[in-house]
Write a protein that binds this ligand. Sequence first.
Ligand code: AMP
Length: 211
Amino acid sequence: MNIILFGAPGAGKGTQSALLVERLSMKHVSTGDIFREHIKRETRLGVEAKVFMDKGQLVPDDIVVNMVEDVIKDLSGQSFILDGFPRTVPQAEALEVMLQNNGLSIGRALFLEVQKDLLVGRLAGRRVCSGCGATYHVESKKPKKEGVCDLCGSPVLQRADDKEDVIKTRLDAYEKSTAPLKSYFNKKGLFAAVSGIGSAEEVYDRLVAQM
Ligand code: AMP
């Protein structure tokens, strides 16, 4: 089954996607990861997106949709997870057309539910491996050696947009633009909410039960 995984920043979309990829061999499409890859390679798209990402704002819909259009074309033959896309109602409408044009469909739009006060702590304490993207947390999931990834040995850093002043803008953007997708997917008969509180394993079991 193809799924959309959505929720506020810090709800655990990346962590759950990694488990779904590992255990169910799903393909993971994260627009945030794609943008970060473009920024690393200093492409034109990366330069364009960085201006918005650094401020915690959403990248404009036309830029995101153009980028996803190319990705969607390569998605047949394997179940996939859309993580962080769509993030606005216009993106969801554009996705519907793109899927139709490529003979694809979504089985569920799974919403990871976590209350706001927990999100700030999760995001501010998050650290990410600059090499493989593995995620850590300064309190709840420290690497064995401080600042070094357990998996690949690369430096573990804080994302620029996980700084406290940017977090607020990201959460506001979520409330304003992404939260309305709950009723959008509900009307389409695709919506299911899953509590994102508890261990990654507990949340994973809840997610899979809805698929
Ligand atoms: P994420 O890694 O999903 O938290 O995304 C990081 C940042 O990338 C977001 O704060 C946005 O600036 C940008 N971004 C990722 N996906 C989207 C999207 N679907 N629409 C607009 N901006 C996005």
